[in-house]
Structures are given as C-alpha cells and as structure tokens.
Design a protein around this ligand. Structure first.
Ligand code: UD1
Length: 418
C-alpha cells in the first residue's frame, strides 16, 4: 500500500487540467451495456472506481480495454445478468447496473452495493422507482433479485433528488414501453451528461438539469464515442488547495456555473476568482477568513463532495465556521485527523463547529474515505512540517495522479510504497 509524504508550506502556482468527472464516467460505463454496439468513452481517468466498473462489465461478458486515455467497451457478447458481491461491495455505483441490466436482459441480480463508509446510503428510492416501471423485486441474503418481462413507462416522483436513483431510472426507462415522467429529479451536471450520452445513442430524453425529466422509450440504441464532462469536484479540490496554501492557480476544463456556490464561498473567504470560458483562476494570500456557514445540499447547493476540503480550509482561516452536512450521516470522520494536526473542530451530529487556528502541524494521518482523504492532503500541504497520509486506496478511487498534478503546481508531495 502506498502513502503520501508531504512537506507543507509551499505556495501553489500554475495551471492544471481536470480529468473527466468520476460521477459521469461511472454511470456511462453502466449505460454502455444498453447496446450491443461499440462504445468509446474518451479521456477516462484510470481511477480505481473506473477500473472496478470495468471489471464488473467484464464479469457480464463485455470486452473492456483502456487504450491511451480512452475506454473501449464492446458488450456484444455480454450474457450474464449477475454481479458478484466482491465487486458490488467495492463500489456503490454498481447499483446503476440494475437499470442497465433490466433494460438489456430483463433481469438482474446484484449484491447490496458498498462504497465509501459515509453513512447508511439506502437504495429504497431506486427500488421503489423500478417497481413503478413494472419490475418485480425480491431481497434475500444481501442480494437483490429483479425481473421485468416488460418494462413499462410510468409517472415517478422522487421524495428526495437522489443522483443515483435519477440515473438508474433513466437507464431502466430508456427502452421501456411508452413514456416515463420523472419529477423531483436530481439536477447535477453529470445527469445532463448521461442524458446527452443516451440521446447520442438514440434515446429520447429531455429535461435533465431540471427537476422534471421525460423519457420516451425507444426500440434500439446505437454505439457512441463520447467525451464526458470534466470533474467539478476535482476542480474544487484544486481551488481549495490554492486557497489554503496561497498562490495563484488556473483550473482548466470545468464550467464555473458547475461550482458556482464554491466560487461564491471562496470569494467570501477573501480569495480573488476570475473566470474565462472553461478556465477558473484563483488567487489567495494564504491567510483567509472563515465562512460563517457551509451547508451541503443537492445541486446547485454546496456539494457534499467538497465539504471536507472546505472544512480543512476553514480550520486554518480566521474566525469561526459552522459546517452542516445534510446528505450523509457520517461524513466528518476525517475531523479527528485534522484535530491531530492542531485544528479546533467539534462535531455534534450533522454539524461541525470550526474555530480557525493560525496554522496546522504536520502529522501522521490516515485517509478514511475519498473526499475526507483529499481534505487531509490539502491540510498537510498548508501545514508546518512534514505529514504522511496513509491508505491511499480511498483517494485513488476518485483522483488520478493527484500527487503529479499538485507537484506540477509546486507542492512538495511524494508517493512512496509502505
Ligand atoms: C452521488 C455521487 C456522490 C455524491 C452524492 C450526493 C456518484 C457516483 N456519486 O452518490 O459522489 O456525494 O451523489 O451528491 O454520482 N438516499 C436514500 N435512498 C435512496 C438513495 C439515496 O435515502 O434510495 C439518500 C442517501 O442516503 C443520501 C441522499 O439520499 O442521504 C443522497 O444520495 P444520492 O444523491 O443518491 O447519492 P449517490 O447517488 O449515492
């Protein structure tokens, strides 16, 4: 297992290009089994979640190869509708496979999905919506058995705008008989990307990006070559890194409107932000003011996937901040690690009370989940002295070559074998 060794205190300068969005690429992998034709997903980072999704497709009988920056998926010979627990436990996004498998094979068997340990993460919204489309569901021994001889379009209303449930419904309804009208849908940019991908294959979907999505079932779907949207969470992570360390960094590839709320908060901290086309430039003097309040919400609200990184920034800013996590129950597990570095953060239920300190000290830290792990890296970059960040497997799920990109900006970070 690898670890990072980080010597803190360097300012960051330069330009960095973002990878394709993890949260787009994963549902696109699932969507690729909807056709027997070849699918090419361009510029796909070999993050471990994508490798795991590739392995799931191979288990189904598809051929998947990473060629340069692209992934080529040929599922003409896919014939299996079951996904083993060893893979679904690795990756929560395997739940998208339910919708895809039902469309392709009219049946699916998957073990309950896993992923980052950040809360309960039930899938009741997915299952109830699938039932509305005519799917029979049985749950036994940690497995979900689904069957639908005919998928029928229906009116579905989500009580909460779940990203995964919205995507699963799109995948299950795309070839269903008749029209599906989904209200209360999630509005994340990655959902618009899935709509564009599916429509490129011949689907008839409209409304993604609003809370109402209409899906007119089609008979056939074709192959496609597609370039996914860039990763707004990676972009946010680099912008916050620069805010913490000080310096001037240009992040390339992500539309500012996809992280509008983060840019607003960073300006509140005292950073200067300039936007030109798909470039966002941040300038920070390295000593900022706390945000009074950060509260995570579905898009376009503050993303839960940037909550930990933003808490790390507030931990070294002047004043105090209240951070409220509304999406996931246990997404403050990284806080004791920050406190080890000298941060002053108290967690009560879904709230963290941050009292900013002048500086953090280097320490030995363990990444417990993907975004919490990224927050520890950022805190270490801004800290006095040397830190090590252990257990990079979580960080590798969502960031490709994080150390290389940070190094190119002037950070002192090394990845070493333990
Ligand atoms: C997706 C993202 C993840 C992000 C999250 C919220 C992917 C691959 N992952 O995860 O990075 O943090 O959106 O923006 O795109 N819920 C239920 N029942 C359900 C489904 C969800 O109660 O059936 C609850 C969850 O427990 C959670 C909330 O809804 O409290 C949001 O979950 P959801 O939007 O579904 O997140 P994911 O799709 O898992």
């Amino acid at each position: 297992m690898d670890k990072f060794i980080i010597d803190g205190g360097r300012r960051l300068y330069g330009s960095v290009r973002m990878q394709s969005a993890k949260n787009s690429v994963l549902p696109l992998f699932a969507a690729s089994v909807l056709t027997e034709k070849r699918v090419i997903i361009r510029e796909t980072p070999p993050i471990s979640d994508a490798l795991c999704m590739a392995q799931i497709l191979r288990e189904l009988g598809a051929e998947v190869s990473f060629r340069g920056n692209d992934v080529v998926i040929d599922s003409a010979n896919a014939c299996c509708h079951e996904i083993s627990s060893s893979l679904t436990k690795e990756l929560r996004s395997s739940v998208f496979m339910l919708g895809s498998l039902l469309t392709r094979f009219h049946k699916a068997l998957i073990a309950y999905p896993g992923g980052c340990d950040i809360g309960l993460r039930p899938i009741d919204l997915h299952l109830n919506a699938l039932k509305r489309l005519g799917v029979e569901i049985r749950e036994r021994d940690g497995c979900i058995y689904c069957r639908a001889d005919v998928l029928k379009g229906a009116d579905i209303s989500l009580d909460f705008p779940s990203v995964g449930a919205t995507e699963n419904i799109m995948l299950a309804a795309v070839k269903a008989k008749g029209r599906t009208l989904l209200s209360g849908a999630a509005k994340e940019p990655e959902i618009v990307d899935l709509q564009n991908f599916l429509n490129g294959m011949g689907a008839k979907i409209s409304g993604a990006g609003t809370d109402e999505i209409e899906i007119e079932g089609v008979e056939n779907l074709n192959g496609i070559t597609y370039k996914p949207v860039k990763d707004r969470i990676e972009a946010g992570t680099f912008l916050i890194a620069c805010a913490i360390c000080g310096g001037e960094v240009e992040v390339v590839g992500v539309k500012a409107e996809f992280i509008g709320i983060l840019l607003h908060k960073l300006r509140e901290n005292g950073c200067k932000i300039h936007v030109k086309n798909d470039k966002i430039v941040i300038e920070s003097n390295g000593r900022l003011k706390c945000n009074r309040r950060i509260e995570t919400m579905p898009f376009p609200g503050f993303p839960t996937d940037l909550q930990a990184q933003m808490t790390a920034l507030n931990a070294v800013s002047s004043g105090g901040a209240l951070v409220v996590e509304n999406l996931f129950e246990t997404r403050f597990k990284y806080v004791p690690e920050l406190n080890k570095m000298g941060a002053d953060i108290e967690v009560k239920g879904r709230s963290a009370f941050v009292r900013g300190v002048e500086r953090l000290r280097g320490a030995s830290l363990t990444a417990g989940d993907l975004r919490g792990g990224a927050a520890l890296v950022l805190a270490a970059l801004g800290a006095e002295g040397t830190s090590e960040v252990l257990d990079l497997s979580h960080i590798d799920r969502g960031y490709y070559d994080l150390q290389g990109k940070l190094k190119s900006l002037g950070a002192d970070i090394k990845r070493v074998r333990v």
